[in-house]
Design a protein around this ligand. Sequence first.
Ligand code: CA
Length: 225
Amino acid sequence: MKILVVEDEPGLAEVIKRSLERELFIVELAADHATAVRKIADFEYDLVLLDIMLPGGSGLDVLRALKEAGKGGNVIIISAKDSLEDKLAGLDLGADDYLTKPFHIAELNARVRSVLRRKALDGSNTIDVANLLLDMDERTLAVDGLPVPLNRKEFDMLAYFLMNKNRLVSRTSLAEHVWGDHVDQHDDLDLVYSQIKNLRRKLKQAKAGVEIQAVYGIGYKLVES
Ligand code: CA
């Protein structure tokens, strides 16, 4: 997943970049209006974090250019101006969310996850990958139409993996997502390890068409097998 951070304040841009890279996103920066417009025209991004007040122009014009180019990427506006007018204009132009500066970096991460989750679900409440059907409302998994019982953590993990299909998921971000970040790190990661083992076994027994691969020292990746 590739994210473009459009932000002219170098310190903030760097903090955001580092935080998103810890979540294993590929992050690019644009510090002014012209660079942002050029990058959006030349590349595809899964998500754009967009400041409004930029050298050379308004972030709202960047958003306009993005939508006119018919690019499917999601947009979260990050603005110092808590102006209702800007907010409405941004959302009207198709932004997915709006965050007022200063914000806590954990809040930004949560919004990013939530926007990408909505994108993955695409308005439906089920995730359909290979022969798996995950129902987010009922919290059930079916493989080839047959129910596969999962405990709560296994379900949350599988949902996270399916929403991040083909993407490297760090053990830390998985732990944060499924267990919250208040648990002691070591216990936490051991727990992840044993729950993944159980989840893999259940998927294998059910002949699920996906595989959770371990990427040594980094984390995991769910792929279709
Ligand atoms: Ca700015």
